[in-house]
Design a protein around this ligand. Structure first.
Ligand code: ADP
Length: 598
């Protein structure tokens, strides 16, 4: 599928054409900028050759209207869709969307949240709809990747009336953070679902993102792209009390303070230059202001890395990207220095010799360091092309249906746990066989105790495991007073602890999770259903009135598994699936449709 990508800002237009097949290839790339009366400058890369020059375009609209002839000139034909970068998707756009009249109106309604960016993006959408009227137009939102941030990360502690008016954190650079996290996971050779990654995008705008098992859970930009790191001309985090101070002491209006925080602060405010190359050059010649700016820039980034490792409860990799992240070994080093206590150590030679051609993602951590450090070029346009293609690929609905089992809260115990709770040498008694071969519910029960409350007569599922695992619902977590993460079975690092009480003893153990919904299946059924291990699917469950589509359901293929979907009691209640009695396997229900992408 050949996709045209338009990234239209307030002062520049970036264009990419991508062939999306097994791999994505960029076949045409152009930037138009420095618009003035009767002229703008351009740079075009096509077939490995780059050319720069001037075109007679007064503004971005003129460049867009001329684009079909320009593409013709370079032999770029047979486009199948147009993908647009849209900066702000607000609460409404949690994923990529086809741009029809209704979605365009909804984006327009968000102008107050992104007054500089969204109107520029929409200008490109309107022109493209006329110029390529037969092609589908798709919007990819910078904010969408962060729509998985929990309320504790998106909420400002401000009066309710302000929050009701729409004040909350959104986060930006989502397309970049997603791309580099996916690229880092490829480089590491592990599924992104198994990794805790911090992405550090350092360009003129800069932000950090905590990507916990493939999902953004927090990011440093907030309501606007002003919060967080020190940037080229933006302040990043400040005390909001400064508004009162500056207006009283210096007589500035709110609009003037806001404008100064956007465009006269950051590196520019500290050094008179917003360009890190200048700042680094001056610092190396002994300029004290430039040295402080560099220290402050690195210190703020280092603090966010520490904070986000804590937010995720672990860290596998830090990825640097953006003009500074990609090109400044000394800044990467300053940011990482002092994080050795977290297992993050750079190899200084590797850090110095980073080569990023052809989407390379070199690892630059020291030999034996626990946390990987990766550098890679961001590729927002490529990601927009991929997301556009995915949005337009017909969804495949798997014929037939599969059973659903509802798991009530239960524990899997290790040998040590059995002995601590029930006594030395004790063997659990299998009482009820489960449908997965070899698995059973024991006749014994345990009590779970948390700081807030206890849950009694919790089922124990056998056989014993190497590591104790306690699976509860989100509602159970509130009853216990413990915030359990959503995890795949067996992924227990950094999970909170809970107390288990048995007839003989008490055990404090980590391993408390809300189990991620999943479908067990075997290789034969998987191939019949068009499923493969690790795939994420959407599943429709329940009747017409209260049925729901459960997204991101992971497929687990193993040799002897019986095909069935496992959800927890909260999920079952939400879809109005009635649970009879207690226990882990409750009753047979049918999945109405399994939908896969591609
Ligand atoms: P944008 O956010 O506008 O896309 P970029 O990602 O291109 O910006 O990043 C621009 C920043 O990268 C500038 O501060 C620039 O000085 C910095 N930069 C580019 N190359 C280098 C380099 N070799 N060393 C240090 N900083 C660099």
């Amino acid at each position: 599928m050949k996709i045209l990508v338009l990234n239209c800002g307030s002062s520049s237009l970036k264009v990419g054409v991508f062939e999306i097949a097994e791999n994505a290839t960029e076949i045409f790339k152009a930037t138009y900028e420095k618009f003035e009366a009767g002229c703008c400058s351009y740079k075009i890369t096509n077939n490995g050759a780059t050319e720069t020059g001037q075109e007679p375009f007064d503004n971005i609209a003129a460049a867009l209207v001329a684009l079909p002839q320009i593409l013709d000139r370079y032999g770029v034909a047979q486009l199948q869709a147009v993908g647009h970068r849209i900066v702000h998707g607000g609460e409404k756009f949690r994923s990529t969307a086809v741009l029809d009249e209704a979605t365009i109106a909804a984006i327009e309604a968000l102008t107050a949240l992104a007054p500089l960016h969204n109107p520029a993006n929409l200008l490109a959408v309107r022109i493209a709809k006329e110029v390529w009227s037969s092609l589908p137009q798709v919007g990819v939102f910078d904010t969408a990747f962060h729509s998985t941030n929990p309320a504790r990360a998106t909420t400002y502690a401000v009066p309710k009336a302000w929050r009701d008016a729409g004040l909350r954190r959104f986060g930006f650079h989502g397309t970049s953070h997603k791309y580099v996290a996916v690229r880092a996971a490829e480089e590491i050779g592990a599924p992104i679902r198994d990794l805790q990654i911090i992405s550090v995008h350092l360009g003129n705008g800069a932000s950090v993102c905590a990507i916990n098992r493939g999902e953004s859970i927090d990011t440093s930009m907030g309501m606007t792209p002003l919060e967080g790191l020190v940037m080229g001309t933006r302040s990043g985090d400040v005390d909001p009390g400064l508004f009162g101070f500056v207006s009283r002491q210096l007589g500035l209006s709110i609009a003037e303070v806001e404008a100064a925080l956007y465009s006269q602060s950051g590196l520019l405010g500290l050094t008179d230059s917003s360009d890190m190359r200048d700042v680094e050059a001056r610092a190396s010649k002994g300029d004290i202001e430039a040295q402080l700016a560099i220290e402050l820039f690195a210190y703020r980034a280092r603090k966010y890395i520490g904070a986000y490792a804590a937010a995720m409860g672990g860290l596998d990799a830090v990825v640097f990207t953006g003009g500074i992240g990609e090109n400044s070994p000394s800044m990467r080093r300053r940011i990482c220095d002092g994080l050795e206590f977290m297992g993050l150590r750079l190899d200084h030679d590797r850090n110095q010799c980073v080569e990023l051609a052809d989407h390379a993602a070199p690892q630059i951590q020291a030999y034996g360091a626990r946390v990987r450090v990766i550098v890679t070029e961001t590729a927002e346009q490529l990601m927009i092309a991929r997301e556009t293609a995915a949005e337009l690929t017909p969804k495949v609905t798997v014929p037939g249906s599969i059973p659903v089992a509802v798991s009530a809260r239960h524990v899997h115990l290790s040998r040590t746990a059995v002995e601590t709770l029930f006594g030395a040498g004790y063997q659990l008694m299998p009482a009820v066989p489960l449908r997965q071969p070899g698995q059973w519910a024991a006749s014994e029960r345990v009590t779970l105790q948390g700081p807030k409350g206890r849950l009694e007569r919790v089922a124990i599922l056998g056989p014993e495991r190497l590591k104790t695992q306690v699976e509860i619902s989100r509602t159970d977590g509130f009853a216990l007073g413990i915030d359990a993460p959503v995890r795949d079975s067996g992924k227990l690092d950094g999970t909170p602890s809970v107390q288990l009480i048995g007839p003989v003893g008490i055990l404090n153990t980590d391993g408390l999770i809300v189990a991620a919904r999943h479908i067990h299946t075997n290789p034969d059924d998987a191939s019949r259903l068009g499923l493969s291990d690790g795939m994420l699917v959407d599943v429709h469950i329940g009747d017409e009135e209260r049925g729901l589509i459960f997204g991101k359901t992971i497929i687990r293929v193993s040799a002897n598994a019986v095909t069935e979907m496992h959800i927890d009691t909260d999920e079952a209640n939400a879809a109005d699936i009635r649970v009879s009695g207690e226990g882990s396997l409750v009753r047979d229900l049918r999945v109405v449709a399994v939908t896969t992408n591609g």
